[in-house]
Design a protein around this ligand. Structure first.
Ligand code: PHE
Length: 341
């Protein structure tokens, strides 16, 4: 009987080799392992045997049954595999195969810094305003108290486009557009692109980004400007940061100041970023000149305001230790992919 069982196993092995689809496999399963299958048939004869032989043959028969079971398992796996391969060859995608992750994009460092600044000012209640890059001389200069032939126009080497139009040299014209269109109280920031006919070098570029800020309300003083910018500096560069304000001149603010922050890199002793002074100059600011308020139809006896404007590249260069402004525009992925949120 042992021989008979071994023969059954060998037959099963042979037949399974030829089973190429699951239908044939199922037929063989019934033939060998089914209720009326060959193995059961042999086992049925156990009853006719003496107890000892029954035990011995029974154990052997169970082993053979397990072996055949394993052969079936293997056969079914290999059928599944060849089916999958055939499907792939025929062009049907197998969505169960893990995919390689496509490379992800990342934000430009100027975008990251702009977003951070915008979020800080938004948290203080500022709204974001926008304005045209192709601007009228009136908004870019005249209304900002920079009349024709004023020497300040020379500081803004401009791209003139004819018919009183130019590429805006700063984001300040959006101050005028906003004050003419909206009633105070106002608190806005204006991130945007500007243009000047500057030769390109490590710190200059004919196109660059600025962020303007403007607040107009009753009873605003220089203390409000100072408090706002101190809070901004701390949120931007860390709690330890302090600010320094020195007198400056802009036709559209009076008094005007230049704001510097304690060096975010060395925090004082001096380093390459702060040119060993411990301070980094970041923006111009001041109280909105009453002439400018009046130009926009705002009563300067009732309202006052403060404004500030900074170069976004300058801030990003300090934050990321980038030494040349041109790196921002070259779009060399080896540089750009280093900056994460
Ligand atoms: N617009 C000025 C510039 O481009 C910066 C500035 C903005 C100064 C607002 C004071 C107030 O240089």
């Amino acid at each position: 009987m042992k021989e008979q069982l071994s023969k059954i196993r060998d037959e099963a092995k042979n037949e399974l080799k030829k089973a190429l689809d699951s239908r044939i496999l199922e037929e063989l399963r019934v033939k060998y392992l089914g209720k009326k299958g060959v193995v059961k048939e042999v086992l049925g004869k156990l009853g006719e045997m003496s107890e000892d032989t029954r035990k011995e043959i029974g154990r052997f028969a169970n082993e053979i049954k397990d072996e055949i079971g394993k052969l079936f398992e293997e056969a079914s796996l290999s059928i599944e595999k060849s089916l999958k391969e055939a499907k792939l060859r025929s062009g049907v995608a197998d969505i169960s195969i893990p995919q390689s992750v496509p490379p992800m994009g990342f934000s430009h460092p100027l975008t990251l810094v702009t977003e951070k600044m915008v979020n800080i000012f938004k948290s203080m209640g500022y709204a974001v305003e926008d304005g045209p890059e192709l601007e009228e001389e009136y908004y870019n200069f005249d209304a900002l108290n920079i009349p024709p032939y004023h020497p300040a126009r020379d500081d803004h080497d401009s791209f003139y486009m004819g018919k009183g139009k130019l590429l805006r040299t700063h984001t300040s014209p959006v101050q005028i557009r906003t004050m003419k269109n909206k009633k105070p109280p106002l608190a806005i920031i204006v991130p945007g692109r500007c243009y000047r006919r500057d030769a390109s070098d490590a710190t200059h570029s004919p196109t660059f980004y600025q962020m303007e800020g403007l607040v107009v309300d009753k009873g605003l003083s220089f203390a409000d400007l100072k408090g706002t910018l101190l809070l901004w500096a701390k949120m931007m560069f860390g709690e330890k940061t302090n600010i320094r304000l020195r007198p400056d001149f802009f036709p559209f603010t009076e008094p005007s100041a230049e704001l510097a922050v304690t060096c975010p890199v060395c925090h004082g002793p001096g380093c390459g970023v702060c040119k060993h002074t411990g301070w980094v100059e970041l923006m111009g600011c001041g109280m909105v000149n009453p002439v400018v308020l009046e130009n926009c139809g705002i009563d300067s006896e009732v309202y006052s305001g403060f404004a500030f404007g900074m170069g976004i590249e300058r801030v990003a260069m300090v934050v990321y230790g980038i030494k040349d402004i041109r790196f921002f525009y070259e779009n060399d992925l080896r540089l750009l992919e280093q900056f994460v949120k």
